[in-house]
Design a binder for this molecule. Structure first.
Ligand code: ADP
Ligand code: ZN
Length: 733
C-alpha cells in the first residue's frame, strides 16, 4: 500500500522519495485517503494512504502500517489536487500534503479539557504587563474558541507569555480552571433568509450562478465595477450550494477579509462563516479543520491556504478580487491560489466564480478563448454613480520638496469636511520616508542581509526605527553617519504614509486624521475598530496603504486622493501597468456611494501615461485591449508561458555555479522553441543573507514547462546550503 508521508524524504543518491510502501496489518482495512501512522527508521510519522503499493521492495521487506488515525479521510478529489499541484508547481507532493494537514493534532478527535475563566478578582501580587496581557486577551481568545474557555497553553500563546505567567494568575486567584466542554459546532448559515432585491443585471448574473451550482465544473467570471453588488450576487451561489447540502469556499486576498464583509455575510445568512487564515490561533484552526472535514462547516472564507481544506462535499468555490497578487504564494510551494482553485473546481466537478472589478489579463484571455463564461454588472447598485476621476499635474503645482499634498487636493478635502463628508489619502509606502540620507555625505542606510535600503519608521511604539521591508530587520537610527561620522544629519526623502499624516495634520489641523497600515493596525480587532470609527463619522481623513484599498464601503466617503499615482509604473515589470491600473481602480472605487457622488484626484508627474488616461476616461476595456495586444506581440503571458528558477545560497559563487548547471540541464529538457535567459542576478539579488541568481524561460502557451523543469531539476545535484526555487507563471519579471 503506497503512503504519502507528510515529511519530504531523501532516498538513495539524494533522489527524492515521494511515496513509501507498507503492508496492511492483518485484520485491518485501509482505504485510500485514510490518515495513518507508519514506521520510518526509528521514528513513527504521519502519512496518507495514496493507493496500491508500487512494488519497489519485495513484500517480505515491507513493514506494516502502525495505526490508522481517528480522523476523516482525505477525499479523492483533494488527493488528486495534491498530485496536480505538485506536478504543476514542480514541488514535492509531501509539501503540498502538508497544506492539507497543517495541524497535526487536528487529526485526533477533540477531548474534554480544562479551560480557564476569570474570577473577576484582582490577582494576588503585582499586576505585571505580562499578567495584564493575559487578562486582557482572555475574552478575545474565548470568543475565538467559540465561547469555550481556553486552555493554559492557548491563553499563554495568544498573550505571548509563558505558561508560567498564566499559572501564576491561577495561583493568584484571578483565573480559575473549569471543565471545558468539547467545543460546540459552528453556527449554520441559513440560505433561505431573504436577500436584497436585485436590479436586472444582478438578477441575471445571480440566476446564472445559481444554475451553475450542481451542474458540474464551469468557471464563471463575475465582472462588475466596484459597488455593483458582486458580493451579493455570489452569496446567491453560496445559498444554492447550501440548499443542495453542499459546502462553499470563498477565497479572499488576506487583506480583504474585512469586518464589513463578515457583517454582510451574517446579514444574508444569519450566522458567520468559518474563517481560515494563517494568523488564527491553533485552537481555532484545529476546530475549523475538523469541522470542514466532518462537513459541519458549511461555508469557509479564507486566504489562499483555505484552498487545501478537506471539504467532503464541496458545491462551489468563489475567488473574490481574483486579480489580486496576494493569491500568489511566493515561498514553499509556489502556487497561485486562483489558478489552483480552478484546478480544484475541475477535479471536484463544481463551478468556480472569479469576481473582480478589474479581472486579470489571464482571466480575460480565458474568457476570450471560450473557456470561462463572463457575467457583467455594468453599473453601481441603485442610484450610485462611479466617481469622477481627475489628474493633478504635479509638474504645474511646483510644491517644495517637503510637501506632498497639492492645493487642489487640499481644497477638495477641506470642502468634503465642510459638507460633513470624509476623504481618504492613499500612498503605497509604509513608514515615514522611502529613503533616508546622510545630509553631509549622501550615505544611505542599507539592510545588512538584503539588497535593500532601510526605511525610517518614526511613529512606532518603541520610538523611531530603521526597518527592512524585505526581511523585517530593524535597528535604531544611528546618532552618527556610519560613513562620514557626521552627527544627527539624516534627512528623509520623499513621502511615506507617516510623513503624509504629519503633513495633513499641519496643513489642515481641523481634520481628524487616522492612519491605516499594517504597521499601525496589528490585528483584525484593531482594524474593525478603526472601520467602526470611520463609519460613525469620527474620522475626517483616513490615510493608508494597500490595506485600506480593498473591500470597504463608507457611505460618506466622497474624496479619494492618490498621492503618488506614478508609483508602481516605473521599472520594467511585465505587469506594472496592469497592477497599477487594478490598484488605483480599486482605490478609486472607495469614493462615492448612493446619494453622495465621489471625486478621485490622482497626483501625477505623467498625466499622459496610458494607465492614468484610462482611469480618467473610465476606459478599462480600452486599456486592457491595448495591454493585451502588447503582450500578444511580445509572446508574454497570458499568450506565452513563462517560468523562473531562482537559485540562492549564502555564497554568491555557489548560487552562480548551481544556476549554470541548471541552465545546462534546461537546455536539454526544454521543448523546442523555448527561450532561456540568464543566469542573471534576481530582482532582489540578496535576500535574508542569500545571494539569488535567476533563470527565465519563455515558451509558448502549449509548452509543458512544469515537466521540462522537473526533468531538469532531477539532473541537477543541489548541495549544502544551496536552494532551488521553481516558479511556474511568475508574477513579476
Ligand atoms: P462590489 O463587490 O461589486 O464592489 P458590493 O457587493 O460590495 O459591490 O456592493 C456594494 C454596496 O451595495 C454594498 O454596501 C451592498 O450591501 C450594496 N448592495 C449591493 N447590491 C444590493 C442590492 N441589490 N440591494 C441593496 N443593497 C445592495
Ligand atoms: Zn533585509
Amino acid at each position: 500500500m503506497a503512503v504519502l508521508p507528510l515529511q519530504t524524504m531523501g532516498g538513495p543518491a539524494g533522489r527524492r522519495l515521494d511515496r513509501l510502501d507498507y503492508l496492511v496489518p492483518p485484520g485491518t482495512t485501509l482505504a485510500p485517503g485514510d490518515v495513518v501512522q507508519v514506521p520510518l527508521g526509528p521514528r513513527t510519522i504521519t502519512g496518507v494512504v495514496w493507493g496500491p503499493g508500487e512494488g519497489d521492495l519485495a513484500a517480505g521487506r515491507l513493514k506494516p502500517v502502525t495505526a490508522r488515525r481517528d480522523c476523516p479521510p482525505v477525499p479523492e478529489a483533494l488527493r488528486r489536487l495534491v498530485d496536480a499541484v505538485a506536478a504543476y508547481t514542480v514541488s514535492p507532493p509531501a509539501a503540498v500534503l502538508r497544506m492539507v494537514l497543517p495541524v497535526d493534532d487536528a487529526l485526533d478527535p477533540p477531548r474534554p479539557e480544562t479551560g480557564l475563566v476569570a474570577t473577576g478578582a484582582a490577582p494576588a501580587g503585582r499586576l505585571t504587563p505580562q499578567r495584564r496581557a493575559v487578562l486582557e486577551t482572555l475574552e478575545h481568545v474565548t470568543a475565538e474558541e467559540g465561547g469555550s474557555p481556553p486552555t493554559v497553553a492557548a491563553l499563554a500563546a495568544a498573550a505571548g507569555v509563558s505558561d508560567g505567567v498564566v499559572r501564576g494568575l491561577i495561583d493568584g486567584g484571578a483565573l480559575v480552571p473549569v471543565d471545558r466542554p468539547v467545543p460546540r459546532a459552528f453556527d449554520l448559515p441559513d440560505p433561505d433568509l431573504p436577500g436584497p432585491a436585485f436590479g436586472p443585471d444582478q438578477a441575471a448574473a445571480a440566476a446564472a450562478l445559481v444554475a451553475a451550482v450542481g451542474a458540474g465544473f464551469a468557471v464563471e467570471v463575475l465582472d462588475g465595477v466596484t459597488g455593483s453588488g458582486k458580493t451579493e450576487v455570489y452569496f446567491e451561489a453560496i445559498a444554492a450550494a447550501l440548499r443542495q447540502g453542499r459546502q462553499a469556499l470563498v477565497l479572499v486576498p488576506e487583506i480583504a477579509l474585512t469586518s464589513q464583509w463578515l457583517e454582510r455575510f451574517r446579514g444574508r445568512f444569519g450566522a458567520p462563516p468559518v474563517v481560515w487564515h494563517s494568523n488564527l490561533g491553533q485552537a481555532h484552526r484545529r476546530r475549523a479543520w475538523r469541522a470542514v472535514a466532518e462537513g459541519t462547516a458549511p461555508v469557509v472564507v479564507g486566504a489562499r491556504s483555505a484552498l487545501f481544506l478537506p471539504f467532503p462535499a464541496l458545491g462551489v468555490i468563489v475567488v473574490d478580487e481574483e486579480h489580486d497578487a496576494a493569491f500568489k504564494q511566493e515561498d514553499g510551494v509556489v502556487y497561485h491560489a486562483r489558478d489552483m482553485a480552478v484546478m480544484r473546481g475541475a477535479l471536484e466537478g463544481v463551478p468556480v466564480v472569479l469576481a473582480s472589478a478589474t479581472p486579470a489579463l489571464e482571466t480575460l484571455a480565458n474568457v476570450e478563448r471560450g473557456r470561462y463564461r463572463r457575467r457583467r454588472l455594468a453599473a453601481r447598485h441603485g442610484a450610485a454613480v462611479l466617481p469622477a476621476v481627475e489628474a493633478i499635474d504635479m509638474r504645474a503645482e511646483r510644491l517644495p520638496a517637503t510637501r506632498f499634498v497639492s492645493e487642489p487636493l487640499k481644497d477638495a478635502m477641506l470642502a468634503a469636511k465642510e459638507r460633513g463628508e470624509q476623504s481618504m489619502l492613499f500612498i503605497n509606502r509604509r513608514g515615514y520616508a522611502p529613503l533616508t540620507l546622510c545630509r553631509a555625505c549622501g550615505h544611505r542606510m542599507r539592510c545588512p542581509s538584503c539588497e535593500a535600503w532601510l526605511v525610517e519608521h518614526r511613529f512606532r511604539a518603541g520610538g523611531p526605527r530603521l526597518v527592512c521591508h524585505h526581511c523585517g530587520h530593524e535597528e535604531p537610527e544611528p546618532d552618527t553617519c556610519p560613513a562620514c561620522g557626521a552627527e544627527h544629519k539624516f534627512a528623509p526623502c520623499g513621502p511615506g504614509v507617516e510623513r503624509l499624516a504629519e503633513e495633513v495634520g499641519s496643513l489642515m489641523p481641523e481634520l481628524r486624521v487616522a492612519v491605516m497600515t499594517s504597521d499601525t493596525i496589528a490585528s483584525p480587532v484593531e482594524a474593525a475598530d478603526l472601520i467602526a470609527r470611520m463609519e460613525a463619522g469620527e474620522i475626517d481623513v483616513l490615510i493608508g496603504t494597500q490595506m485600506m484599498a480593498k473591500g470597504y464601503h463608507f457611505p460618506r466617503l466622497t474624496v479619494v486622493g492618490v498621492v503618488d499615482a506614478d508609483l508602481g509604473l516605473a521599472g520594467g515589470d511585465l505587469r506594472a501597468a496592469e497592477r497599477t491600473y487594478q490598484l488605483l481602480a480599486q482605490v478609486a472605487g472607495r469614493a462615492g456611494r448612493a446619494e453622495h457622488p465621489g471625486r478621485v484626484l490622482l497626483q501625477t508627474y505623467d498625466p499622459g501615461h496610458p494607465v492614468i488616461r484610462a482611469l480618467i476616461a473610465g476606459d478599462r476595456d480600452g486599456f486592457l485591449d491595448a495591454e493585451a495586444s502588447e503582450r500578444r506581440a511580445a509572446g508574454a503571458p497570458p499568450y506565452g508561458r513563462w517560468a523562473a528558477v531562482v537559485v540562492s545560497a549564502p555564497d554568491p559563487g555557489d548560487a552562480r555555479s548551481t544556476a549554470d548547471v541548471f541552465a545546462r540541464a534546461l537546455r536539454r529538457t526544454l521543448p523546442p522553441g523555448a527561450r532561456l535567459l540568464g543566469p542573471a542576478p534576481a530582482p532582489i539579488s540578496l535576500l535574508r543573507g542569500r545571494h539569488r541568481v535567476r533563470l527565465l524561460v519563455m515558451a509558448d502557451r502549449a509548452a509543458d514547462l512544469p515537466a521540462a523543469m522537473a526533468r531538469a531539476r532531477d539532473l541537477v545535484p543541489v548541495r549544502g546550503a544551496v536552494r532551488v526555487q521553481i516558479d511556474v507563471d511568475p508574477q513579476s519579471f
